[in-house]
Design a protein around this ligand. Structure first.
Ligand SMILES: [Ca+2]
Length: 144
């Protein structure tokens, strides 16, 4: 019992140090996905990022293909197709897979940016500061 109390006190202490409000109020990527996840060259897909951002810190959401950083995307939350609703924290974008895309596994790295165009920083449970990012795997299949 005594041990439990000590742990609880420690946890409370850590939460205060990290700034309880900051931690719970910081933005978070709830979900990041591409539909469909498997594509053929010439196919179209929709990238969707569901963002929790109570304090409106995130102003831009961008994606980059890790294997080919020249390929970048900008998602929108303005209600413009394929985004269903403006300002709801769900950012979307349509992508067309180029016909010359080599088949294989790719990673789309999503980054949330602030008003200065800098990646939004968030603290994890260990109080380590990381950019607010998510990785979305994409598979490009061979054309039959
Ligand atoms: Ca939206």
């Amino acid at each position: 019992m005594k041990r439990m109390v000590t742990w609880a006190a420690l946890a409370a202490c850590l939460a205060v140090m990290a700034g309880c409000n900051t931690l719970s109020g910081q933005p978070e990527i709830r979900k990041a996905e591409i539909t469909p996840p498997e594509l053929k060259p010439g196919d179209s897909a929709v990238i969707t990022v569901d963002l929790k951002d109570r304090n409106n810190v995130v102003r831009r959401v961008e994606g980059v293909v890790v294997e080919d950083p020249r390929i970048t995307f900008r998602l929108n939350d303005s209600g413009t197709e394929p985004d269903a609703k403006a300002g709801d924290g769900v950012w979307s974008m349509a992508v067309d897979v180029p016909f010359q895309s080599p088949p294989g596994q790719y990673i789309l790295e999503i980054t949330a940016l602030d008003a200065n165009g800098k990646p939004v920083s968030v603290r994890d449970r260990n109080n380590i500061v990381n950019p607010l990012q998510a990785a979305v795997p994409i598979r490009i299949l061979k054309t039959q």
